[in-house]
Design a protein around this ligand. Structure first.
Ligand code: UD1
Ligand code: CA
Length: 453
């Protein structure tokens, strides 16, 4: 039977104290709602409908690429009312699963279990047991264990408040029956809201068996109301990602000090030192080591690479055996060859550096093609920008660029050429020869320092 998913995201998120709607706050670099959309897709939703709140237009516009239908709930009249708003958009589906935009870590596996366990009945409910159930809707069961109804904390009697099995909020129901039950829900309760949870009582009085399932962990169904809870779930999520990497053969020096915002794939025996941040898609080859305080974004690091402390690599490729940093910055389209060295305070952008070349200290290399076995001396700058356009610098194999040279592009340095230190090179330098472009050193005979009058 085809499945539709409703994601409730109309809450204001007052306790975030933010201009940003709550479901757009990031967890592991992606909006909370994005995580829930992923879960909905992972359970094979034929259609996803997100209910957003009045004034929350930023939500659909920020997630414009999401494959879902957006429905505005103009007034926040309760969870039952919210789900009802979504049903017209789900007219074609057989069953409806209700998820929450501020419950980001729900696992597809748990949802699949709930969906499968309740396949033979009209209503499935995800519940959990809590030592302290306060605030949650309580699951009221008959003496024989059958679910009877859910009572909200605010409407519960003293005895009902003692029940420790609570509602996670997540349900799966036959669409047509759900529509019927929701049509019969009233707001005759303490909060004057149309409760989704009232559907349970209506179902059981219609003779429907309510099947329950439980999540693997409580974090899966934890909702985020404030920034402290957001930070807590972030740490939980990161810990899980770290454990997964360690299980697959990566050494993580301190799994409490790593942040993966995207995907990180490591081959065997990679070592990650503390405070690594990965964003986007990052791949690291076998036996590579990443030093402390590095940021890796959308990049590919080869095998046996050493990235030393405080380096930043974005949109770049690093060949096997290379050594990068400390304090190196590789920017988009930096392509570093095998066994290259890129040292401290070196910035490389849109440049290819062929095998075995070295740029070890204090350099800017932009829009350049550097051959194999080139040595770029300390303080060398490619002057790639004339104020209007960018130009390329080409350096042939085996060239040696003396320290503190400025290579004014467009310019080419021939293979095997040597550039004298401190040169400003504005014309192409021929292969194999020494080119020097600086004032000649003179010593003035008989010169005397002026004396104070
Ligand atoms: C709800 C459940 C409670 C359960 C708890 C789990 C109801 C009546 N109660 O209580 O049994 O234990 O979740 O966290 O369902 N929302 C809308 N539109 C609305 C109202 C709510 O989109 O009109 C969204 C909110 O943004 C929020 C979610 O639904 O993400 C839950 O709503 P909330 O009012 O916070 O319900 P709880 O009191 O937490
Ligand atoms: Ca809540």
């Amino acid at each position: 039977m085809s499945l539709g998913v409703v994601i409730l995201a109309a809450g204001k998120g007052t306790r975030m104290r933010s201009a940003l709607p709550k479901v757009l706050h990031p967890l592991a670099g992606r909006p909370l709602l994005h995580h829930v959309l992923d879960a909905a897709e992972a359970v094979g939703a034929a259609r996803i409908c997100v209910v957003f709140g009045h004034g929350g237009e930023l939500v659909p516009s920020r997630l414009a690429d999401a494959d879902c239908v957006w429905v505005e709930q103009p007034e926040r009249l309760g969870t039952g009312h919210a789900v009802q708003q979504a049903l017209p958009a789900l007219a074609e589906v057989g069953r409806v699963l209700v998820l929450y935009g501020d419950v980001p870590l729900i696992e597809a596996e748990t949802l699949n279990r709930l969906i499968a366990d309740s396949a033979d009945t009209a209503l499935g409910l995800l519940t959990m047991r809590l030592a302290d159930p306060s605030g949650y809707g309580r699951i009221v069961r008959a003496p024989n264990g059958k679910v009877l109804r859910i009572v909200e904390q605010k409407d519960a009697s003293e005895a009902e408040r003692g029940i420790t099995e609570v509602n996670t909020g997540i349900i799966v129901a036959d669409r047509a029956r759900l529509a019927d039950w929701l049509g019969r829900v009233t707001n005759d309760n303490v909060q004057r809201e149309y409760y989704l949870t009232d559907v349970i009582g209506l179902a059981t009085s219609d003779g429907v068996d309510v099947v329950t399932a439980q999540p693997e962990t409580l974090e899966e169904v934890a909702g985020i109301n404030d920034r402290a809870q957001l930070a807590e779930l972030e740490r939980y999520y990161q810990r899980r990602v770290a454990e997964c990497l360690m299980q697959r053969g990566t050494t993580i020096i301190d799994p409490a000090r790593i942040d993966i915002r995207g995907t990180l794939e490591c081959d065997r025996d990679v070592v990650l030192d503390v405070n690594l941040i990965c964003e986007g898609r990052v791949r690291i080859g076998a036996d590579s080591r990443i030093g402390p305080n590095c940021v890796l974004k959308d990049c590919e690091i080869g095998q046996g690479v050493e990235v030393l402390a405080n380096s930043l690599i974005e949109g770049a490729r690093v060949g096997p055996g290379a050594r990068i940093g400390p304090f190196a910055r590789l920017r988009p389209e930096a392509d570093i060859g095998r066994d290259c060295h890129v040292g401290n305070f070196v910035e490389i952008k849109k440049s290819s550096i062929a095998d075995g070349s070295k740029v070890n200290h204090l350099s800017y290399i932009g829009d350049a093609d550097i051959g194999v076995g080139v040595n770029v001396g300390a303080g060398t700058i490619t002057c790639n920008y004339d104020g209007a356009n960018k130009h390329r610098t080409v350096i042939g194999d085996g060239a040696f660029i003396g320290s503190n040279s400025a290579l004014v592009a467009p310019v080419a340095i021939g293979p095997g050429a040597t550039i004298g230190a401190g040169s400003v090179i504005v014309h192409d330098a021929p292969p194999e020869l020494l080119t020097v472009a600086r004032g000649r050193q003179v010593t003035v005979e008989g010169w005397q320092r002026p004396l104070k009058k």
